[in-house]
Design a protein around this ligand. Structure first.
Ligand SMILES: Cc1ncc(COP(=O)(O)O)c(C=O)c1O
Length: 407
């Protein structure tokens, strides 16, 4: 790690603190450029990015195929609105529908918008197809979920930081413990239009549900005529070693909710992808977004789907994920109390007697590794899928050193 003698970092941190709302508490690193799995800060220090923009950077920073697609599109047309068609729109929707083995795509921008879209579609499907009395639709969700930051979505959050002081809350949601099929069965009645879950809960600390849970949710939803909405915004598109986390149980939901990596770390792109009997309930004027499905987003999205279609990234996540998990589990009892996850995605619980997750991330940063804490003592490792095996060892070696030094 080269350290230059300037200290632009301190000044940039003070300026950001002075001029921005304090809705984040970033690590004091000021990134100036990035390539693949590595970033360089304004003072010339290099870091391995083990967060990858919460999985928005699955293909690494500035993947050449994605930058090329974006550059070419910048020289042609970037925005039309959905009032007109453009020549990247149908190819993107076709390619994404084929990747998901579904019929229709509805593109939006951010993950939260895609979740909102899923909720609206499920409610309308409930009224028009299932026959739920108007205004009475319920959706079953899991405790400790994270689906975004809009007022409706935080209405069914169980995280006080996400929810408190932002009411009044949107009704129509029933919260059950994650991984508990019996509780889900209990919560479903004739008003229930959908179950909305993350196949692996990311923000909660990379919680993998018990084996058979996703299969059980699928069976329950089919039996009760309820839509299974899988929020694969963080778990999908290669991260866990399969295209979708649901694939690990061979489960196909009624709707995939996608975001983050769909925009290749270049532009915000999200989408819901489903069958025509579900997404077909929407009529012109009922839903939309000015930027949703714009030419730049679609051009990058086409290149993203193309990268995923070879299976190479899924394989990297599987193989390097095995290395990551094996190395991390060796740290259990040496400053780590538990490791969870799948593929290149791990939640690592740090022994609270040693240090907090935040302290661990600060000390890791000083060694050239960027990771993010969650819920006090958990750190998440989710490096871009382009990391090398030696990068993975670099990250875990430094974690081991930090924990050893803290002991
Ligand atoms: C599972 C899941 N759903 C939804 C979202 C919200 O996405 P966005 O921040 O793009 O609105 C996130 C973001 O972390 C997420 O992890």
């Amino acid at each position: 790690m080269s350290v230059m003698n300037t200290n632009r970092t301190a000044a940039a941190v003070v300026e950001a603190d002075r001029y921005t709302a304090h809705n984040y508490h970033p690590l004091p690193v000021v990134v100036a450029d990035a390539d693949g799995a590595w970033v360089t800060d304004v003072d010339g220090r290099r870091y391995l990015d083990c967060l990858a923009g919460y999985s928005a950077l699955n293909f690494g920073h500035r993947h050449p195929a994605l930058i090329d697609a974006a550059r070419k599109q910048l020289d042609r047309v970037t925005l039309t609105s959905r009032a007109f068609l453009h020549d990247q729109f149908a190819p993107f929707c076709r390619d994404l529908a084929e990747l998901c083995r579904m019929d229709l795509v509805l593109p939006m921008n951010t993950g939260a918008e895609a979740v909102e879209t899923a909720i609206k579609v499920a409610r309308k499907w409930g009224y028009k197809v299932k026959g739920v009395p108007d205004g009475q639709a319920t959706i079953v969700v899991a405790a400790d979920n994270f689906h975004g930051r809009t007022t409706t979505i935080i209405s069914f959050s169980t995280d006080p930081d996400a929810r408190n002081d932002f009411g009044p809350y949107t009704p129509g949601f029933r919260i059950v413990p994650y991984g508990d099929l019996a509780a889900m069965r209990e919560a479903i009645d004739e008003t229930t239009v959908a179950v909305l879950i993350e196949p692996i809960q990311g923000e909660a600390g990379v919680l993998v549900p018990p084996t058979g849970y996703l299969t059980g949710v699928r069976e329950l939803c089919t039996r009760e005529s309820v839509l299974f909405l899988a929020d694969e915004i963080q778990s999908g598109l290669g991260r866990t070693g399969e295209t979708f986390a649901c694939d690990h149980e061979g489960v196909v939901p009624d709707m995939y909710i996608l975001g983050k990596a769909l925009g290749g770390g270049v532009v915000p792109v999200s989408a819901v992808v489903s069958r025509s009997d579900v997404l077909g309930v929407l009529k012109p004027g009922e839903h939309g977004s000015t930027f949703g499905g714009n030419p730049l987003a679609c051009a990058v999205g086409i290149a993203v789907v193309d990268l995923l279609s070879t299976g190479e990234f899924q394989e990297r996540a599987r193989d390097l994920g095995a290395v990551l998990h094996s190395r991390l589990s060796d740290l259990i009892g040496h400053g780590v109390t538990a490791v969870r996850g799948r593929g290149l995605w791990a939640g690592v619980d740090i022994d609270p007697a040693l240090m907090t997750g935040r302290q661990a991330c600060e000390r890791l940063m000083a060694t050239g590794v960027l990771a993010k804490d969650t819920h006090g003592s958990t750190i998440r490792f989710a490096p871009p899928l382009v990391v090398t095996e030696s990068d993975v060892h670099f990250a875990v070696d430094h974690l081991a050193d930090v924990l050893h030094a803290g002991a």
